[in-house]
Design a protein. Structure first.
Length: 224
């Protein structure tokens, strides 16, 4: 009898934990839906696919976002060897050829702090593009919901992706975004403001679910 009572007690505890997790998931879902509806369009309108011709002739691509005045932010490794940068259409064709260049950049190695770049586009029309607001005071809170919008591969963007900020080390954060190669340089938004740059994921094919993020506060976008 005592053994049965013990098992019933354990089962009750497990059930309670499952109910708590389910409630947390529901709150998380409601928060994601709310943030996506409120900030998703701003994120989409200010985010662009960029094509890069590297010094060795290879062509790669990434994602960049506008912070105003024709200045864009991306991951440093996207443009580390760039000789030519241009906006790209979904089919890979260039737009506004040759008017984008690197102002400042930093890149050490995958997953290492300091993976960012500031780009400038001189075309007059670009200066009026929608821009994202940067939060330079964000210090990192585990469980915060981050929104991203990027361009992995050719074709349409993946849409707004939501994930949890899962860990923080000096100069590098970790988030549970679902993404892939080509989305490097995407903004990570919390409460409608940029708090980080999506920079890398595990060296594996397909979608990445734990990715590294560069804190925006450690870049020249925040005067650093």
């Amino acid at each position: 009898m005592k053994l049965i009572q013990n098992w019933l007690g354990i089962a009750a505890i497990i059930l309670l934990c499952l109910l708590v997790v389910r409630a947390a998931d529901a709150r998380h879902y409601e928060s994601v839906v709310g943030q996506s509806a409120q900030h998703g369009e701003d994120l989409w309108r200010a985010t662009y696919r960029i094509g890069v011709v590297n010094v060795d002739g290879n062509v790669t691509q990434g994602t960049a976002f506008h912070i105003g005045g024709g200045y864009f932010v991306t991951a440093g490794h996207v443009v580390a060897e760039a000789s030519f940068i241009a906006f790209m259409n979904d089919d890979g064709s260039p737009v506004l050829n040759g008017d984008m260049y690197v102002i400042k950049s930093s890149y050490v190695a995958p997953g290492e702090p300091g993976d960012w770049a500031i780009l400038k586009a001189e075309h007059e029309d670009v200066k009026t593009f929608p821009a994202l607001e940067v939060n330079c005071e964000y210090e990192g809170h585990t469980g915060d919901i981050g929104l991203t919008y990027g361009y992995p591969g050719l074709g349409p963007a993946e849409g707004v992706s939501a994930g949890l900020l899962a860990g923080f080390t000096p100069g590098t954060w970790y988030t549970t975004q679902a993404t892939g190669p080509g989305a490097s340089g995407s903004a990570i938004l919390v409460d409608g403001k940029v708090i980080g740059i999506l920079v890398a994921g595990p060296d594996m094919p397909g979608l990445h679910f734990i990715v590294w993020a560069q804190p925006i506060s450690d870049t020249p976008a925040c005067g650093r």
